[in-house]
Design a protein around this ligand. Structure first.
Ligand SMILES: [Zn+2]
Length: 267
């Protein structure tokens, strides 16, 4: 599943490819993804220019002169940049064709993605209004995490994966950030000290920023926007040795998500 860094890398790539370009045609080959895809897109978008592409949490927001195209990649979605006339394959649900023959193609095998249109302020849209502070914007920090964790018995990993507490931290980066902050994922959130909250908040930002840099450096598949290889310290490595102390990494389920940690390094 694409997480915040993948979405941000996608945003930057699309921004450099699409800003100032004008939509020529929209082709819908699907009626519904996670929600129905508005048929009006085929009328609304042609003739409009992309003024910019923003991101809120894992939502991409295309500023289209007086309205916004909102795209969420869901579990398996990705956006590919091609040339007009490229034949669609299986699961290629939506094509956005631009005046200069650039083609933006939305592909999503599991159809959990979202593509919709917002005429007003997109940040007030019900899907976006409830999203918590952006980890990379300066709105999120230790004091904010401390406040959100008071009196909470929920596991700290589940707390930081709650998008109302902090936007866009999914399973992969929650595992990695807790390892780097030396905090056990299954600790009750309310037991975190203020100092630990500062360390964890800073670590979340570092892990996300590091992954964005890695994604930007990665030139493996320029036109396949979304995934890139990376090396994780704990994610997907249950049973292997801890890269810091050499102990065997434990794997447990938390909120039905795979959770890997080092019992020696994380307290
Ligand atoms: Zn260790």
């Amino acid at each position: 599943m694409p997480e915040l860094p993948e979405v941000e890398v996608t945003r930057r790539r699309l921004e450099s490819a699409l800003v100032r370009k004008r939509f020529k045609q929209v082709v819908l080959r699907v009626e519904k993804l996670r929600f129905p895809v508005p048929v009006e897109l085929t009328d609304i978008l042609p003739g409009r220019t992309v003024r910019g592409i923003n991101r809120r949490g894992k939502y991409l927001m295309f500023d289209c002169e007086g309205g916004w195209l909102l795209i969420h990649l869901g579990m398996t979605g990705f956006l590919r940049l091609l040339r007009g006339g490229s034949p669609p394959g299986k699961h290629d649900h939506i094509d956005f064709l631009f005046d200069d023959d650039t083609l933006l193609r939305f592909h999503d095998p599991r159809k959990f993605g979202i593509v919709t249109w917002v005429a007003g302020d997109p940040l007030q849209h019900p899907l976006l209004a409830a999203i918590g502070p952006e980890p990379l914007s300066g709105d999120f920090g230790g004091s904010c995490l401390f406040a959100a964790s008071r009196g909470r018995n929920v596991a700290v990993k589940q707390l930081i994966m709650n998008s109302q507490v902090v936007a866009g931290v999914g399973n992969i980066y929650a595992n990695e950030a807790l390892f780097c902050a030396r905090i056990r994922p299954n600790r009750a959130a309310g037991t975190l000290t203020l100092q630990e909250c500062y360390v964890l908040a800073a670590t979340i930002c570092d892990v996300l920023e590091g992954s964005i840099r890695e994604g930007i450096d990665c030139r493996v598949a320029e036109e396949t926007v979304a995934y890139y290889p990376q090396i994780f310290k704990v994610y997907g490595r249950g049973g292997e040795r801890c890269c810091v102390c050499g102990e065997t990494l434990d794997e447990i389920r938390l909120g039905n998500r795979s959770t890997v940690y080092c019992r020696a390094c994380q307290k």
